[in-house]
Each structure stands twice: as C-alpha cells, then as structure tokens.
Design a protein around this ligand. Structure first.
Ligand code: CAO
Length: 415
C-alpha cells in the first residue's frame, strides 16, 4: 500500500528531541527522511543516557526510526557542496539548531531559495522574535516559559515540570503540521516558505485553558473549580490547580486499594454531572442525589473536597482496575494511573502499534512508541533507526556521485 507522503524528500538537519520527533512522524507517513549528521559524532543523543556501552542510546533510537543517515561536514567546503546538492533534491529542510547556526553555516533562507525555490525550511526554535530569540532552549525551559510550570503542581509547592515532553515532542508535532500545510500550499503556489514553531508558543498553545482561566480570574477574582475555592486565597495569576480537571466536570486523583505500597494505586475520578446520581449510588451516598447542597454542579463546587474524600473512601476498597470496571458499567468517567511498566506490558497497545518492539543490529530488541496517529490508507511500519552514516554511500549515489568521488570526499573529511 502506498503512503501518504510518498515522494516527499526531507533533508533532516535535526538533533536531540524536538526536531527528530517531527521528522520521525513525517517518515512514518511515508516521507524519505535523510538525516544529516557530523561524521564520527552524529546526533549527540546517540551517546546520551546510554544503557549499553558503544551502542546507540534508546534516546536516539526511539526518536529516529524509519530514517536514513548520511554524514556530512557542512562546514567543509566540499561538504557544503554535498549539502547544496541535497537541498536541490529535497522538498523540506527541517532544523532545530541554536538560533543563527544555519546562517553561520552559509545556508541563509535567501541562499536556500536560490538553490531551490520550492524548498520549505522548517525550524524549531526556543522562542519566536522578541527578547529571547537568540537563546538556546531545552524542554524544561520551554515548559517554564510557556506557562506550563507555573500552572502545574500544588498550591503550597514550587512550580513543577511535567513528564510529558510538551516542549520538545509537542513542538515537533506543531512543526509537522506546519510542514504538511506548507507542502499543501506549495501545490498551488509553486513556492516554498519558512515554517517556524517556537517551543514557548507550542507549550502556550497546549496551555490555552490556563490563559482562559487568567482572564476569568481577572474578571471574577475566583475560580470555583480550583482547589483554592472556597477556603483558600486567589492571587493575581492563575494558581497551580493540583489534580483538578477544571471545566464543568470536576475531577481528582484518588487512592485505591494498595496505595500504601504501590505508588500508582490511584484512579482519576470525574464527577461528571449527567452521572451524578449513579456516582451517589455506587459510593452509597444515595441521599446526595437529591440533597440541595449536592444535587447540582454549582451546589457541589464548595463541597468538592468533601465529595472526593467520600468517593475515596469507596475507591480505597477497590484496586484501580476493579474500580474502573465498576465505574465503567455506569458510564462514570475515570482512568487508572498507569505506570510505564503497566503501559509497556499492555497487550492492546501492542495490538494497535502504539507500543512496538523493534530489532536493532547492535542493541537487539527494544520497545518504542509507534505512530500515535493512525491513517487507514497509510499504515505505519516502524523500522529501526539508522546507524551513523549507514546510508551515506547510497544517498551519495542517488545524488550522482561516483564511488571514487565518494571515497575522495571521505578522505578529505567532507562526508
Ligand atoms: N557539520 C558541521 N557542523 C555542524 C553539523 C554538521 N553536520 N551539524 C551541526 N553543526 C554545528 C552547527 O553549525 C553549530 O555550529 P556553530 O555554533 O559554530 O554555528 C554547532 O554544530 C552546534 O549546534 P547547536 O548550537 O544547535 O548545538 P548545541 O548543542 O550547542 O545546542 C540546543 C543544542 C538544542 C540547545 C540548540 O540547538 C537549540 O537551542 N535548538 C533550538 C531549540 C531546540 O530545538 N531545543 C530542543 C532540543 S531537545 O531538548
């Protein structure tokens, strides 16, 4: 079966996490992704957080599936010529270097356009234009500058970063959407364009509801679904909301049977309004279904802490999976707190290709997260990440270089 992005060639000049997640997605959708790395070193993640000596780390392998790897020293004049040939052959150049690095290499937007006016140049940067535009940025910096950290955690504690890599992988997703949109526009404009996804912007986009809450707070001085209500204080800025789900359907994380020894024996419980009567029945508080202090969502808001304490008395008598089973029978929205171990072992995720086992020539078998976006006409087959420079000869031949030229370039340190 053909793939959605068959025929699209990506010059993948990305490294670390944000850029590679973007190009990995494009590869999963069928694009030919040619990753350019420095000979001898490669993407720095190849050697970071290694669990097996001298073997590409899981950090690298899990972000670079389905790609080809070529080594080019793009600061060497002959290496530059090879990169130019690639720019002429590819549709999209994706990069996430520190600000200005591509220009310093000699590949300004103007130069790239001269070489290939149809080229789309897609970049991840930490910040968009403004006071921080020249800054280098990693995941947690973006989480802090994008509003996630100030709104995550508990009111009586410091700001907290989240395990979800919303700054890196989140921005990679944003960039991928920008790229396919630019490719679509090119079908009628005939021209390439620049695509920028700033990590601060990507995180803020994912924190949209918190900017909503900032404005609600400024207007009304209170947010009744937050745990600070009714007894705590609200300041000038959106506070950390603990595990509150916000919206019209308050939720919280509750202990389940075994919580004393299992750090993940918890369930997320949502007191969804349409099933309130069922919740009351399940936990044995039938009278709350008709009691004026509890019967409506608005009446419940000042009592949320007591309500969740009562529900927790019930969840603590069940394992998280038993509670799930019972609550789902009544359509009560809830979710078990799953550990990474439980997720890795979950058969249904293996079945859908969301968790995939991949074989690697030097590492052996390992697990990875497959493509979370499923296209019915463009199924994803996850193949292993390339070894450093594994495809240099192949790609050089496609660019028209003879084996003798390739070997001369290698001797000169250009590839
Ligand atoms: N041949 C020759 N030189 C190469 C090369 C190649 N194939 N590939 C990269 N280089 C050079 C670059 O040109 C750059 O050189 P100069 O500094 O002389 O211009 C140099 O390698 C280092 O690039 P860098 O500054 O991007 O790398 P860094 O490790 O110092 O910084 C990072 C890493 C991530 C902080 C920075 O790239 C960045 O801010 N990127 C944008 C934001 C981003 O994506 N962050 C997420 C990273 S994932 O957590």
């Amino acid at each position: 079966m053909s793939k959605a992005l068959d025929g699209v060639r990506i010059l993948d000049f990305t490294h670390v996490q944000s850029g590679p997640t973007c190009t990995q997605l494009l590869a999963w959708f069928g694009a030919d992704v040619i990753k350019v790395e420095r000979a001898g070193a490669g993407d720095i993640t190849r050697e970071q957080l290694r669990d097996i000596p001298d073997v590409d780390s899981l950090y690298f392998t899990m972000l670079n599936h389905n790609k080809r790897s070529v080594t080019i020293d793009t600061k060497n004049p002959e290496g530059k010529q090879v990169l130019e040939a690639l720019i002429q052959k590819c549709d999209v150049l994706v990069e996430n270097f520190a600000p200005g690095a591509l220009d310093r290499m000699g590949f300004t937007w103007e130069r790239i356009q001269e070489l290939n006016p149809r080229m789309i140049v897609a970049s991840v940067k930490g910040f968009g234009p403004g006071p921080y535009e020249d800054c280098k940025v990693y995941e947690n910096v973006a989480q802090c500058a994008g509003g996630a950290a100030s709104t995550t955690g508990f009111d009586d504690g410091p700001p907290v970063v989240t395990g979800a890599q919303i700054g890196d992988s989140g921005t990679g997703l944003h960039l991928a959407l920008g790229i396919v949109t630019a490719l679509y526009q090119r079908t009628h404009s005939g021209r390439g364009q620049r695509v920028l996804a700033a990590m601060q912007d990507g995180v803020l986009n994912l924190c949209r509801v918190k900017l909503r809450d900032q404005q609600r707070l400024e207007r009304t001085g209170v947010m009744k679904e937050y745990p600070q209500y009714p007894n705590g204080e609200f300041g000038e800025a959106v506070p950390r909301a603990g595990n509150a789900s916000g919206g019209g359907q308050p939720g919280w994380i509750l202990k389940c049977k075994g919580w004393e020894t299992d750090p993940n024996a918890y369930i997320y419980f949502i007191t969804q309004a349409p099933v309130w009567a069922k919740i009351c029945n399940v936990i044995g508080k039938e009278e709350w279904a008709t009691d004026a202090d509890y019967a409506t969502p608005a009446a419940r808001l000042p009592h949320l802490k007591d309500i969740f304490a009562e529900i927790e008395r019930w969840t603590m008598t069940k394992t998280k999976f038993e509670a799930m089973q019972i609550l789902n029978k009544y359509d009560i929205p809830c979710g078990p707190i799953l550990s990474m171990k439980e997720i890795a072992e979950e058969p249904s995720l293996r079945k859908t290709g969301t968790i995939v086992e991949v074989d690697h020539p030097t590492r052996g078998k390992y697990l990875t997260v497959g493509n979370p976006i499923k296209l019915s006409d463009s199924p994803t087959e996850v193949t292993r990440s390339p070894l450093l420079g594994e495809h240099t000869d192949e790609v050089m031949a496609e660019l028209g270089y003879s084996p003798e030229q390739v070997s001369a370039l290698r001797t000169a340190g250009a590839i």
